[in-house]
Design a binder for this molecule. Structure first.
Ligand code: ADP
Ligand code: MG
Length: 269
């Protein structure tokens, strides 16, 4: 049965400042009895040069939305623009190029190649694309992420935090338009997680990067400029310049609205 959750009206973003534009995006997995509507007519703009976090209960569609925005997953209907490119219309060859040139992705499970050194992992996507990284920029990236003395180590010789910093460097080195992270601190202790979040914040503040982070941790989301809340495949609320406390209170309110029999919808906007 479809739930009563309805989308909220989000803060408008000026057209020039939009890194990703999502319009009426629906995503359906499976068919028949296994059919799942993971996204239901989602509209959202991701502002350029901002740190956006996406929160919501497990299964609410956070990863699906992020994978669709990163052009890793096709939509069922609707449109997504990354910059000027309508990625829902691109053929596979152009999509591969767009992912390579414009998108950096950091996964919860690091996704490093065990047989390669940290340095080789960082430049792997560029090597595959037969592009050589700008050596000055590469050096700068390594210094920013604090891996200059770990470059010859293989992933198994690095801590979880160091492995994730390799993945962060790999996402940044091609100077993508947007860096997406799907629970990138989910496998880390709080100190290593905070280091990764501080790096993402630095990318936005100092390098002017656009960052989108999926997390279920209010403390992690409080590093963002804007937090979007999802429930049942739609965006139901947002907070600008949040504190961890404000995020926790909003999550509580949303979950109460969702459960409460007297509240017809969880739309808390
Ligand atoms: P979240 O990241 O918020 O936990 P997801 O986007 O992973 O949520 O999932 C949203 C819904 O879509 C869930 O019901 C999930 O089971 C379903 N789903 C996600 N990926 C797939 C898939 N590859 N095949 C079938 N169903 C999926
Ligand atoms: Mg997820």
């Amino acid at each position: 049965m479809e739930s009563e959750v309805v989308p909220c009206t989000l803060t408008p973003t000026s057209v020039a400042a939009v890194a990703v534009k999502v319009r009426q995006v629906t995503k359906i997995y499976g068919a028949g009895e296994t059919r799942v509507r993971a996204l239901r007519s989602v509209d959202v703009d991701i502002a350029r040069g901002q740190f956006t976090a996406i929160m919501g209960p497990s299964g609410s569609g956070k990863s699906t939305l992020m994978h669709c925005m990163a052009a890793l997953e096709p939509v069922t209907s609707g449109h997504i623009w990354i910059g000027r490119s309508n990625v829902t219309r691109l053929k596979e060859g152009r999509l591969t190029k767009l992912r390579r040139d414009k998108i950096g992705f950091i996964f919860q499970a690091f996704n490093l190649v065990p047989a390669l050194t940290a340095a080789e992992n960082i430049t792997l996507p560029m090597d595959i694309a037969r592009r050589s990284p700008d050596p000055v920029w590469l050096q700068q990236v390594l210094e920013i992420v604090g891996l200059a003395d770990r470059l010859r180590h293989r992933p198994s010789q690095l801590s979880g935090g160091q492995q994730q910093r390799v993945a962060v460097a790999r996402a940044l080195v091609a100077r993508p338009d947007i860096i997406f992270g799907d629970e990138p601190t989910g496998n880390l202790d709080s100190r290593a997680g905070n280091e990764v979040l501080a790096l993402l914040r630095y990318f936005v503040d100092v390098l002017g990067q656009t960052v989108v982070l999926v997390t279920h941790d209010p403390a992690a989301a409080s590093h963002a400029d804007r937090v979007l809340f999802m429930a049942d495949g739609v965006i139901v609320d947002e907070i600008l310049f949040p504190t961890a406390d404000a995020i926790m209170r909003r999550m509580l309110r949303l979950s109460e609205g969702h459960r409460g029999p007297s509240t017809p919808s969880a739309n808390a906007c």
